[in-house]
Design a binder for this molecule. Structure first.
Ligand code: OAD
Length: 293
């Protein structure tokens, strides 16, 4: 049993009655799967599709030290992932509805596909926690480039090279071993304490520092997970262990625990969960208008 006094329906009722004014969204690759972009860790995810890439382990494709030595695998994959060939999903357009209703505080996305922007989310409501293909930087001299500089190289199976120093020009995607953007660090401290509803959608919540963000909302803020599977479940062993080690771990959703009072999960396809929310909120007409635009 879920001891939380809050249900999915309760959250929707509160949304409908205008009780949430600062909705913070955290999302990941799962929200773009319906657009035709594979996620990373599912059975048919990207990390399972890298057989011909000769990588020591799948995540090496986004590892900065590996990239500096061998940039080819990443650029080969970039050709497949390059923004422009995909259209946003219902979930992306739901974010737009929240923006239109002026209750969207901020979207923190791990995605690099820019589909939030394509769906009409304004810069001011978006934190691209893992960067995007929008800009690029020379790894050697740090000269900045736009997306249009790297695109032709990628589509001709060539490595983009700096006009100044011949260094490799890397899209501004945050690799393992690189720090998250300054905007992430700033907005995290501003938006999470202000959140009155946290929506977590389409992410396995395993990559730091992003996954720890769920702990940054106030203790009174409900946290709703919409995902194919349960993720980041609170575990007392893990928490004691990480405290002893002085690690940042800790926390997690308390879905099935006795002391859960604010964590809610909706397990299934995110577009279905979103449609259910729209139905329960009675927002169908406005949502359909956005979808038709
Ligand atoms: P993952 O692939 O780790 O997780 C995607 C989650 O979405 C999983 O829990 C899936 O079950 C779920 N999912 C997939 N399709 C879904 C659907 N249609 N409806 C509902 N849920 C669905 O992707 P992320 O959590 O985004 O980093 O991964 C985080 C980071 O790891 C990425 O940003 C990337 C990767 O390494 C970098 O590129 C630097």
């Amino acid at each position: 049993k879920n001891p939380s006094p809050l249900s999915f329906q309760d959250i929707c009722n509160k949304l409908k009655n205008n009780e949430f004014k600062n909705v913070v969204v955290m999302c990941g690759a799962g929200i773009s799967v319906a657009a035709g972009i594979p996620d990373f860790r599912s059975a048919n995810g990207l990390y399972k599709q890298l057989d011909g890439y000769e990588l020591p382990y799948p995540e090496a494709i986004f590892d900065i030290s590996y990239f500096k030595d061998k940039p080819h695998p990443f650029f080969r994959l970039s050709k497949k992932l390059f923004p422009g060939n995909f259209v946003p999903t219902k979930t992306h357009y739901f974010f737009r509805l929240l923006q239109k209703k002026r209750i969207l505080r901020m979207i923190f996305t791990q995605n690099i596909d820019t589909l939030e922007r394509v769906a009409g989310i304004k810069d001011q409501y978006l934190v691209e926690a893992h960067g995007s293909f929008g800009k690029a930087t020379c790894v050697k001299c740090k000269k900045k480039y736009g997306q249009n500089f790297i695109k032709p190289f990628i589509f001709k199976d060539q490595i983009p090279k700096c006009v100044n120093c011949d260094g490799v020009v890397k899209p501004d995607i945050v690799f393992f071993g690189e720090s998250v953007p300054k905007r992430f660090r700033i907005q995290k401290n501003i938006d999470f304490p202000k959140a009155d509803l946290l929506l977590v959608i389409g992410t396995s919540l395993v990559v730091q520092p992003f996954c720890s963000l769920i702990e940054e909302v106030s203790p009174s803020c409900p946290r709703l997970l919409i995902n194919r599977e349960t993720v980041r479940r609170f575990s007392s062993e893990f928490n004691i262990f990480s405290q002893i080690l002085g690690g940042e771990g800790g926390g997690g959703f308390k879905f099935d625990l006795e002391d859960n009072y604010r964590d809610i999960k909706w397990i299934g396809e995110c577009d279905d969960g979103i449609q259910k929310m729209v139905d329960l909120c009675g927002w169908n007409q406005e949502f359909d208008e956005i979808l038709k635009e």
